[in-house]
Design a protein around this ligand. Structure first.
Ligand SMILES: [Fe+2]
Ligand SMILES: [Fe+2]
Length: 226
């Protein structure tokens, strides 16, 4: 099963327990505190608008394309924090490992969802262009203001939590078939052998909530000028 197109009326193998899904927007939100925070928040909302317009409710495809973007910041921030630690000859306080782990975790999200939805040729082109632009923009933003860059990722992750909550609700109400969890996901999250897509989305959403908290925390730990 590689198509995540909505299948109205097809309950598939959904466990159908909607009570297990928290309502969308239940996730904590960090209120913007300064100009940089507001810029980060506004830019994420703009990206959300385009994602909604392009993917609508094709959540499998949305996950694949957006995870290719989500896996970039951790690697950029990790390498820049690594260089900073070398220049200053001081401890990174564990930031580098945390950021590189985030990048790897996002790449595993991608490797998982690629088993659920195969990107179209156009989406592959979009991924290529988006990576070229986003990698360089995020790199520059991090040089200008690491604080705003981490805040931006925090807001991006708030949206990721929201999107996966919607995806989960769609699985629970039978809009999307609750297919068997890909092997790679069962191994990575140590899920039960008979785990389903629902279990995978719950695990991924927990990861995104963790990235959200870590990035907001990192942003708050940095002085506003940085
Ligand atoms: Fe992710
Ligand atoms: Fe994430």
């Amino acid at each position: 099963m590689t198509d995540d197109s909505p299948t109205p009326g097809d309950g598939g193998t959904s466990q159908g327990d909607a009570t297990l899904s928290p309502p969308p927007r239940a996730a904590p939100h960090y209120a913007p505190q300064n100009f940089g925070d507001r810029i980060a928040f506004g830019f994420v909302k703009l990206l959300r608008f385009f994602a909604d317009a392009f993917f609508a409710r094709r959540y499998g495809h949305r996950a694949v394309v957006l995870e290719t973007v989500a896996a970039v910041p951790g690697m950029v921030a990790g390498s820049l924090q690594h260089l900073r630690a070398l220049r200053r000859m001081e401890s990174d306080q564990g930031w580098i490992r945390t950021l590189l782990d985030e990048a790897e975790n996002e790449r595993m999200h991608l490797m998982t969802f690629i088993q659920v939805a195969r990107p179209t040729q156009f989406e592959r082109l979009l991924i290529l262009v988006a990576q070229g632009i986003f990698y360089n923009l995020f790199f520059l933003l991090y040089l200008l203001s690491a604080r705003t860059a981490h805040r931006f990722v925090g807001y991006l992750e708030e949206e990721a939590v929201y999107s996966y909550t919607e995806y989960l609700a769609g699985v629970d109400d039978g809009t999307y078939r609750n297919v068997a969890a890909p092997r790679i996901a069962i191994d990575y999250w140590k899920l039960l052998p008979d785990a389903r897509l629902r279990d995978v989305i719950v695990a991924v959403r927990a990861d995104e909530a963790h990235h959200r908290d870590v990035n907001h925390e990192f942003a708050s730990a940095l002085a506003p000028s940085r």
